[in-house]
Design a protein around this ligand. Structure first.
Ligand SMILES: Cc1cc2nc3c(=O)[nH]c(=O)nc-3n(C[C@H](O)[C@H](O)[C@H](O)COP(=O)(O)OP(=O)(O)OC[C@H]3O[C@@H](n4cnc5c(N)ncnc54)[C@H](O)[C@@H]3O)c2cc1C
Length: 387
Protein backbone atom coordinates (compact mmCIF):
# COMPACT_ATOMS: atom_id res chain seq x y z
CA UNK A 1 0.00 0.00 0.00
CA UNK A 2 1.19 3.52 -0.73
CA UNK A 3 -0.04 6.76 0.85
CA UNK A 4 1.07 10.34 0.39
CA UNK A 5 1.10 10.77 4.17
CA UNK A 6 1.25 8.09 6.88
CA UNK A 7 0.41 9.07 10.43
CA UNK A 8 1.75 6.65 13.01
CA UNK A 9 -0.59 6.48 16.02
CA UNK A 10 -4.28 7.36 15.90
CA UNK A 11 -4.88 8.95 19.32
CA UNK A 12 -6.17 12.50 19.62
CA UNK A 13 -2.92 13.97 18.28
CA UNK A 14 -2.66 11.67 15.26
CA UNK A 15 -6.37 12.01 14.53
CA UNK A 16 -6.25 15.81 14.77
CA UNK A 17 -3.27 15.86 12.40
CA UNK A 18 -5.21 13.60 10.01
CA UNK A 19 -8.30 15.80 10.12
CA UNK A 20 -6.37 19.02 9.60
CA UNK A 21 -4.43 17.55 6.69
CA UNK A 22 -7.59 16.22 5.04
CA UNK A 23 -9.91 19.15 5.50
CA UNK A 24 -9.08 21.21 2.42
CA UNK A 25 -8.42 18.29 0.08
CA UNK A 26 -4.80 19.19 -0.82
CA UNK A 27 -3.00 16.42 1.03
CA UNK A 28 -3.63 13.43 -1.25
CA UNK A 29 -4.02 10.02 0.36
CA UNK A 30 -3.68 9.88 4.13
CA UNK A 31 -3.48 6.76 6.30
CA UNK A 32 -3.45 6.54 10.08
CA UNK A 33 -1.85 3.39 11.48
CA UNK A 34 -3.31 2.51 14.87
CA UNK A 35 -2.77 -0.82 16.56
CA UNK A 36 -5.78 -0.65 18.85
CA UNK A 37 -9.05 0.87 17.59
CA UNK A 38 -10.51 0.45 21.09
CA UNK A 39 -7.74 2.69 22.55
CA UNK A 40 -7.69 0.51 25.66
CA UNK A 41 -4.24 1.69 26.82
CA UNK A 42 -3.91 5.03 25.01
CA UNK A 43 -3.61 8.21 27.05
CA UNK A 44 -6.48 10.07 25.43
CA UNK A 45 -9.49 8.21 26.91
CA UNK A 46 -7.76 8.17 30.33
CA UNK A 47 -7.28 11.95 30.46
CA UNK A 48 -9.25 14.51 32.44
CA UNK A 49 -10.01 16.74 29.47
CA UNK A 50 -9.08 20.06 31.10
CA UNK A 51 -8.45 23.10 28.88
CA UNK A 52 -6.67 26.00 30.55
CA UNK A 53 -4.82 29.11 29.50
CA UNK A 54 -2.75 29.17 32.70
CA UNK A 55 0.67 28.54 31.13
CA UNK A 56 3.91 30.53 31.17
CA UNK A 57 5.03 29.96 27.55
CA UNK A 58 3.28 32.06 24.92
CA UNK A 59 2.99 29.08 22.56
CA UNK A 60 1.25 26.97 25.21
CA UNK A 61 -1.20 29.78 25.93
CA UNK A 62 -1.97 30.36 22.25
CA UNK A 63 -2.32 26.66 21.57
CA UNK A 64 -4.71 26.26 24.50
CA UNK A 65 -6.69 29.32 23.40
CA UNK A 66 -7.09 27.83 19.95
CA UNK A 67 -8.02 24.49 21.52
CA UNK A 68 -10.66 26.13 23.69
CA UNK A 69 -12.23 27.92 20.71
CA UNK A 70 -12.01 24.81 18.56
CA UNK A 71 -13.64 22.54 21.13
CA UNK A 72 -16.38 25.09 21.86
CA UNK A 73 -17.52 24.74 18.26
CA UNK A 74 -16.60 21.05 17.93
CA UNK A 75 -20.10 19.60 18.22
CA UNK A 76 -21.36 21.36 15.09
CA UNK A 77 -18.10 21.86 13.18
CA UNK A 78 -17.19 18.18 13.34
CA UNK A 79 -20.67 16.93 12.45
CA UNK A 80 -20.77 14.25 9.79
CA UNK A 81 -23.80 14.06 7.48
CA UNK A 82 -25.68 16.35 9.83
CA UNK A 83 -24.93 14.20 12.87
CA UNK A 84 -23.31 16.34 15.57
CA UNK A 85 -20.18 15.38 17.52
CA UNK A 86 -21.00 16.17 21.18
CA UNK A 87 -18.00 16.35 23.55
CA UNK A 88 -19.68 17.65 26.75
CA UNK A 89 -17.88 21.00 26.54
CA UNK A 90 -18.23 22.67 29.93
CA UNK A 91 -17.04 26.21 30.61
CA UNK A 92 -16.60 26.24 34.40
CA UNK A 93 -13.15 27.78 34.84
CA UNK A 94 -9.77 26.63 36.08
CA UNK A 95 -8.38 27.52 39.49
CA UNK A 96 -4.76 27.29 40.64
CA UNK A 97 -4.25 27.44 44.40
CA UNK A 98 -0.80 28.08 45.85
CA UNK A 99 0.86 28.34 49.22
CA UNK A 100 3.76 30.71 49.91
CA UNK A 101 6.21 28.41 48.10
CA UNK A 102 4.64 28.81 44.68
CA UNK A 103 2.93 32.19 44.90
CA UNK A 104 5.68 34.36 43.40
CA UNK A 105 5.97 32.17 40.30
CA UNK A 106 2.19 32.04 40.00
CA UNK A 107 1.97 35.83 40.19
CA UNK A 108 4.68 36.17 37.53
CA UNK A 109 2.82 33.70 35.32
CA UNK A 110 -0.48 35.54 35.89
CA UNK A 111 1.07 38.86 34.82
CA UNK A 112 2.39 37.26 31.67
CA UNK A 113 -0.96 35.58 31.01
CA UNK A 114 -2.72 38.95 31.36
CA UNK A 115 -0.25 40.52 28.94
CA UNK A 116 -1.47 37.88 26.48
CA UNK A 117 -5.11 38.75 27.02
CA UNK A 118 -5.91 35.93 29.45
CA UNK A 119 -8.30 36.65 32.31
CA UNK A 120 -6.27 35.64 35.37
CA UNK A 121 -8.25 36.76 38.43
CA UNK A 122 -6.19 36.87 41.63
CA UNK A 123 -8.04 35.71 44.76
CA UNK A 124 -6.66 36.16 48.28
CA UNK A 125 -7.81 33.65 50.92
CA UNK A 126 -10.90 35.68 51.86
CA UNK A 127 -11.94 36.21 48.25
CA UNK A 128 -11.30 32.53 47.53
CA UNK A 129 -13.60 31.43 50.37
CA UNK A 130 -16.24 33.95 49.36
CA UNK A 131 -16.21 32.75 45.77
CA UNK A 132 -16.01 29.02 46.55
CA UNK A 133 -17.37 28.40 50.06
CA UNK A 134 -16.29 24.76 50.10
CA UNK A 135 -12.61 25.70 49.68
CA UNK A 136 -10.56 26.63 52.74
CA UNK A 137 -8.25 29.63 52.36
CA UNK A 138 -6.04 28.46 55.19
CA UNK A 139 -2.38 28.44 54.17
CA UNK A 140 -3.24 29.86 50.75
CA UNK A 141 -0.96 32.66 49.57
CA UNK A 142 -2.55 33.16 46.16
CA UNK A 143 -5.22 31.63 43.96
CA UNK A 144 -5.63 32.42 40.27
CA UNK A 145 -8.89 31.78 38.44
CA UNK A 146 -9.22 31.61 34.67
CA UNK A 147 -13.02 31.76 34.48
CA UNK A 148 -13.40 31.07 30.77
CA UNK A 149 -11.52 27.79 30.86
CA UNK A 150 -13.31 24.53 30.29
CA UNK A 151 -13.18 20.79 30.05
CA UNK A 152 -14.40 18.21 27.59
CA UNK A 153 -14.85 14.46 27.27
CA UNK A 154 -11.53 13.49 25.63
CA UNK A 155 -12.74 10.10 24.42
CA UNK A 156 -15.66 11.76 22.63
CA UNK A 157 -13.30 14.31 21.06
CA UNK A 158 -11.01 11.55 19.81
CA UNK A 159 -13.96 9.73 18.27
CA UNK A 160 -15.19 13.01 16.75
CA UNK A 161 -11.81 13.70 15.10
CA UNK A 162 -11.58 10.12 13.89
CA UNK A 163 -15.07 10.03 12.42
CA UNK A 164 -14.63 13.39 10.71
CA UNK A 165 -11.22 12.43 9.31
CA UNK A 166 -12.67 9.22 7.89
CA UNK A 167 -15.55 11.13 6.33
CA UNK A 168 -12.92 13.23 4.52
CA UNK A 169 -11.25 10.12 3.09
CA UNK A 170 -8.59 9.29 5.71
CA UNK A 171 -8.05 5.52 6.02
CA UNK A 172 -7.45 4.08 9.50
CA UNK A 173 -5.43 0.88 9.32
CA UNK A 174 -5.54 -1.49 12.29
CA UNK A 175 -2.04 -2.78 12.88
CA UNK A 176 1.05 -2.56 15.01
CA UNK A 177 4.11 -0.90 13.51
CA UNK A 178 7.06 -3.25 14.06
CA UNK A 179 9.53 -1.86 11.51
CA UNK A 180 10.16 1.58 10.06
CA UNK A 181 12.52 1.67 7.11
CA UNK A 182 14.54 4.52 5.62
CA UNK A 183 17.49 4.77 3.26
CA UNK A 184 19.54 7.57 4.79
CA UNK A 185 17.80 10.19 2.62
CA UNK A 186 14.20 9.70 3.66
CA UNK A 187 11.89 7.39 5.55
CA UNK A 188 10.27 5.04 3.06
CA UNK A 189 7.92 2.55 4.72
CA UNK A 190 6.56 0.96 7.86
CA UNK A 191 5.88 -2.73 8.29
CA UNK A 192 3.04 -3.97 10.47
CA UNK A 193 2.97 -7.06 12.67
CA UNK A 194 0.86 -8.92 10.09
CA UNK A 195 3.57 -8.32 7.46
CA UNK A 196 1.73 -5.58 5.58
CA UNK A 197 4.05 -2.79 4.32
CA UNK A 198 2.96 0.81 3.83
CA UNK A 199 5.13 3.17 1.83
CA UNK A 200 4.63 6.92 2.09
CA UNK A 201 6.17 10.23 1.08
CA UNK A 202 5.69 11.80 4.51
CA UNK A 203 5.49 10.24 7.99
CA UNK A 204 4.21 11.71 11.26
CA UNK A 205 5.14 10.11 14.58
CA UNK A 206 2.10 10.56 16.84
CA UNK A 207 2.60 7.51 19.04
CA UNK A 208 2.08 9.23 22.40
CA UNK A 209 4.04 7.64 25.23
CA UNK A 210 5.25 4.96 22.76
CA UNK A 211 6.84 7.60 20.49
CA UNK A 212 10.43 6.85 21.52
CA UNK A 213 9.91 3.11 21.05
CA UNK A 214 8.59 3.66 17.52
CA UNK A 215 11.26 6.30 16.81
CA UNK A 216 14.02 3.84 17.68
CA UNK A 217 12.89 1.65 14.76
CA UNK A 218 14.39 4.29 12.46
CA UNK A 219 17.18 5.56 14.79
CA UNK A 220 15.18 8.63 15.78
CA UNK A 221 16.23 9.54 19.30
CA UNK A 222 13.31 10.98 21.26
CA UNK A 223 13.68 11.77 24.98
CA UNK A 224 10.07 10.76 25.64
CA UNK A 225 9.17 8.33 28.41
CA UNK A 226 5.90 7.01 29.84
CA UNK A 227 4.97 8.49 33.20
CA UNK A 228 2.16 6.65 34.98
CA UNK A 229 -0.61 8.80 36.49
CA UNK A 230 -3.37 7.46 38.71
CA UNK A 231 -6.87 8.91 38.37
CA UNK A 232 -9.98 8.56 40.46
CA UNK A 233 -13.71 9.03 40.19
CA UNK A 234 -15.21 9.81 43.58
CA UNK A 235 -18.46 11.11 45.00
CA UNK A 236 -19.00 13.53 47.84
CA UNK A 237 -21.80 12.90 50.33
CA UNK A 238 -22.59 16.60 50.67
CA UNK A 239 -23.67 18.74 47.73
CA UNK A 240 -21.18 21.52 46.87
CA UNK A 241 -21.34 24.67 44.76
CA UNK A 242 -20.30 24.31 41.10
CA UNK A 243 -16.51 24.05 41.23
CA UNK A 244 -13.96 24.87 38.55
CA UNK A 245 -11.12 22.52 37.59
CA UNK A 246 -8.95 22.90 40.70
CA UNK A 247 -5.21 22.37 41.06
CA UNK A 248 -3.88 22.83 44.57
CA UNK A 249 -0.46 23.40 46.14
CA UNK A 250 -0.12 19.62 46.67
CA UNK A 251 -0.61 19.03 42.90
CA UNK A 252 -4.01 17.55 43.58
CA UNK A 253 -6.02 18.27 40.42
CA UNK A 254 -9.71 17.47 39.97
CA UNK A 255 -12.98 18.68 38.50
CA UNK A 256 -16.69 17.91 38.66
CA UNK A 257 -17.86 15.01 36.51
CA UNK A 258 -21.50 13.96 36.44
CA UNK A 259 -22.63 13.33 40.01
CA UNK A 260 -19.04 13.19 41.30
CA UNK A 261 -15.50 14.34 40.66
CA UNK A 262 -12.61 13.12 38.56
CA UNK A 263 -8.90 13.78 39.03
CA UNK A 264 -5.66 12.68 40.59
CA UNK A 265 -2.48 13.61 42.37
CA UNK A 266 0.91 12.66 40.92
CA UNK A 267 3.34 10.51 42.82
CA UNK A 268 6.64 12.15 41.89
CA UNK A 269 8.63 9.35 43.50
CA UNK A 270 7.36 6.79 41.00
CA UNK A 271 10.01 5.93 38.38
CA UNK A 272 9.24 6.34 34.69
CA UNK A 273 7.77 3.30 32.98
CA UNK A 274 4.52 1.49 32.26
CA UNK A 275 2.28 0.81 35.21
CA UNK A 276 -1.44 0.27 34.66
CA UNK A 277 -2.13 -1.13 38.14
CA UNK A 278 -3.98 1.28 40.47
CA UNK A 279 -2.54 1.30 43.99
CA UNK A 280 -5.01 -0.06 46.55
CA UNK A 281 -4.48 2.53 49.29
CA UNK A 282 -3.20 5.74 47.75
CA UNK A 283 -6.57 7.47 47.50
CA UNK A 284 -7.34 6.90 51.16
CA UNK A 285 -3.81 7.47 52.49
CA UNK A 286 -2.65 10.42 50.39
CA UNK A 287 -5.28 11.89 48.10
CA UNK A 288 -8.25 12.09 50.41
CA UNK A 289 -6.32 13.85 53.24
CA UNK A 290 -5.07 16.48 50.77
CA UNK A 291 -8.59 16.88 49.41
CA UNK A 292 -10.24 17.20 52.81
CA UNK A 293 -7.65 19.70 53.99
CA UNK A 294 -8.26 22.11 51.11
CA UNK A 295 -12.00 21.39 50.86
CA UNK A 296 -13.24 20.54 54.37
CA UNK A 297 -16.68 19.81 52.92
CA UNK A 298 -15.08 16.82 51.22
CA UNK A 299 -14.65 14.98 54.51
CA UNK A 300 -17.20 12.44 53.35
CA UNK A 301 -16.19 11.12 49.94
CA UNK A 302 -16.46 7.68 48.41
CA UNK A 303 -13.98 6.36 45.89
CA UNK A 304 -15.86 4.72 43.03
CA UNK A 305 -13.14 3.85 40.50
CA UNK A 306 -9.37 4.15 39.98
CA UNK A 307 -7.35 3.78 36.78
CA UNK A 308 -3.98 4.71 35.34
CA UNK A 309 -2.84 6.40 32.15
CA UNK A 310 0.52 7.65 30.97
CA UNK A 311 1.91 11.05 30.21
CA UNK A 312 4.39 11.18 27.32
CA UNK A 313 7.08 13.08 29.20
CA UNK A 314 9.89 14.84 27.38
CA UNK A 315 12.78 14.47 29.79
CA UNK A 316 14.69 17.45 28.35
CA UNK A 317 12.14 20.11 29.29
CA UNK A 318 8.65 18.56 29.61
CA UNK A 319 7.52 20.59 26.57
CA UNK A 320 6.06 19.21 23.34
CA UNK A 321 8.22 18.38 20.32
CA UNK A 322 6.48 19.64 17.18
CA UNK A 323 7.85 19.84 13.65
CA UNK A 324 10.26 18.08 11.30
CA UNK A 325 12.98 15.71 12.49
CA UNK A 326 15.62 18.36 11.87
CA UNK A 327 19.07 16.90 11.39
CA UNK A 328 17.45 13.56 10.56
CA UNK A 329 15.25 12.29 7.73
CA UNK A 330 13.49 15.32 6.29
CA UNK A 331 10.14 13.65 5.56
CA UNK A 332 9.56 12.62 9.18
CA UNK A 333 7.48 14.95 11.37
CA UNK A 334 6.99 14.80 15.11
CA UNK A 335 4.07 15.53 17.43
CA UNK A 336 5.32 14.14 20.73
CA UNK A 337 5.89 14.72 24.44
CA UNK A 338 2.61 16.39 25.44
CA UNK A 339 2.69 15.41 29.13
CA UNK A 340 -0.66 16.53 30.62
CA UNK A 341 -1.82 18.90 27.89
CA UNK A 342 -2.16 16.91 24.68
CA UNK A 343 -5.95 17.02 24.61
CA UNK A 344 -6.17 20.80 24.83
CA UNK A 345 -3.25 21.24 22.42
CA UNK A 346 -4.39 18.68 19.84
CA UNK A 347 -6.28 21.12 17.59
CA UNK A 348 -3.35 23.57 17.38
CA UNK A 349 -0.90 20.71 16.85
CA UNK A 350 -2.96 19.27 14.02
CA UNK A 351 -3.23 22.67 12.39
CA UNK A 352 0.52 23.31 12.77
CA UNK A 353 1.55 19.98 11.27
CA UNK A 354 -0.84 20.48 8.35
CA UNK A 355 0.72 23.91 7.70
CA UNK A 356 4.25 22.54 7.86
CA UNK A 357 3.51 19.63 5.54
CA UNK A 358 1.18 21.35 3.05
CA UNK A 359 2.45 24.95 3.08
CA UNK A 360 6.09 24.40 4.03
CA UNK A 361 5.97 26.52 7.18
CA UNK A 362 3.85 27.73 10.09
CA UNK A 363 1.03 30.01 8.88
CA UNK A 364 -1.00 30.84 11.98
CA UNK A 365 1.14 30.23 15.07
CA UNK A 366 4.92 29.97 15.03
CA UNK A 367 5.86 26.85 17.02
CA UNK A 368 9.51 26.79 15.94
CA UNK A 369 10.70 26.92 19.56
CA UNK A 370 9.08 23.52 20.12
CA UNK A 371 11.21 22.08 17.30
CA UNK A 372 13.34 18.94 17.49
CA UNK A 373 16.55 20.99 17.05
CA UNK A 374 16.65 21.64 20.80
CA UNK A 375 16.93 17.94 21.62
CA UNK A 376 20.42 17.18 20.19
CA UNK A 377 21.49 20.72 21.16
CA UNK A 378 20.39 20.05 24.76
CA UNK A 379 18.60 23.41 24.91
CA UNK A 380 15.46 23.18 27.04
CA UNK A 381 12.40 25.35 26.40
CA UNK A 382 10.60 24.93 29.66
CA UNK A 383 7.09 25.69 30.90
CA UNK A 384 6.93 27.29 34.37
CA UNK A 385 3.25 26.63 34.94
CA UNK A 386 2.26 23.01 35.38
CA UNK A 387 3.20 20.53 32.67
C1 LIG B 1 -4.22 10.90 33.92
C2 LIG B 1 -4.09 11.84 32.77
C3 LIG B 1 -4.76 13.05 32.80
C4 LIG B 1 -4.65 13.94 31.74
N1 LIG B 1 -5.36 15.11 31.76
C5 LIG B 1 -5.29 15.96 30.71
C6 LIG B 1 -6.05 17.16 30.72
O1 LIG B 1 -6.77 17.46 31.67
N2 LIG B 1 -5.95 17.98 29.63
C7 LIG B 1 -5.14 17.68 28.55
O2 LIG B 1 -5.09 18.46 27.61
N3 LIG B 1 -4.41 16.55 28.53
C8 LIG B 1 -4.45 15.70 29.59
N4 LIG B 1 -3.71 14.55 29.58
C9 LIG B 1 -2.73 14.34 28.50
C10 LIG B 1 -3.37 13.76 27.27
O3 LIG B 1 -4.12 12.62 27.61
C11 LIG B 1 -2.29 13.37 26.27
O4 LIG B 1 -1.32 14.39 26.12
C12 LIG B 1 -2.91 13.06 24.91
O5 LIG B 1 -4.01 12.18 25.05
C13 LIG B 1 -1.87 12.46 24.01
O6 LIG B 1 -2.48 12.04 22.81
P1 LIG B 1 -1.66 11.12 21.82
O7 LIG B 1 -2.51 10.93 20.61
O8 LIG B 1 -0.29 11.69 21.65
O9 LIG B 1 -1.43 9.76 22.62
P2 LIG B 1 -2.37 8.47 22.79
O10 LIG B 1 -3.76 8.84 23.06
O11 LIG B 1 -1.69 7.58 23.77
O12 LIG B 1 -2.32 7.82 21.36
C14 LIG B 1 -1.13 7.22 20.85
C15 LIG B 1 -1.57 6.06 19.99
O13 LIG B 1 -0.43 5.48 19.35
C16 LIG B 1 -0.71 4.12 19.20
N5 LIG B 1 0.55 3.37 19.01
C17 LIG B 1 1.62 3.37 19.82
N6 LIG B 1 2.59 2.55 19.34
C18 LIG B 1 2.10 2.02 18.20
C19 LIG B 1 2.61 1.09 17.23
N7 LIG B 1 3.82 0.54 17.38
N8 LIG B 1 1.85 0.77 16.17
C20 LIG B 1 0.61 1.34 16.01
N9 LIG B 1 0.07 2.22 16.88
C21 LIG B 1 0.81 2.56 17.96
C22 LIG B 1 -1.36 3.72 20.52
O14 LIG B 1 -2.11 2.53 20.40
C23 LIG B 1 -2.22 4.95 20.82
O15 LIG B 1 -3.55 4.78 20.44
C24 LIG B 1 -3.81 13.64 30.63
C25 LIG B 1 -3.15 12.40 30.59
C26 LIG B 1 -3.28 11.51 31.65
C27 LIG B 1 -2.55 10.20 31.58
Amino acid sequence: MHADIAILGGGIIGSSVAYHLARDGRAGTIVVVERDPTYALAATPRANGGIRLLFSLSENIEMARHGRDFYRAFESEMAVDGEPAPISYKRQGYLFVSDAGGAAQMEENARFQESMGVTAERLDPAALEARFPSISGEGVALAVLSPDDAWIDPQAALMGFRRKARSLGVAYIDGEIVEWQGDGVAARSVTLADGQAITADVFVNACGAWAAEVGRLIDLDLPVEPMSRESYFFRCADPLEPLPFIKTETDLAFRPEGDGYVGGMPDWSEPAGWNFEPSPDRFEDVVWPALAQRLPSMQRVKLIRSWRGHYARNTLDYSAIIGPWSGGLGNVYLANGFSGHGVMHAPATGRALAELILDGGFQTLDLARFGYHRIPAGEPYREKGIV
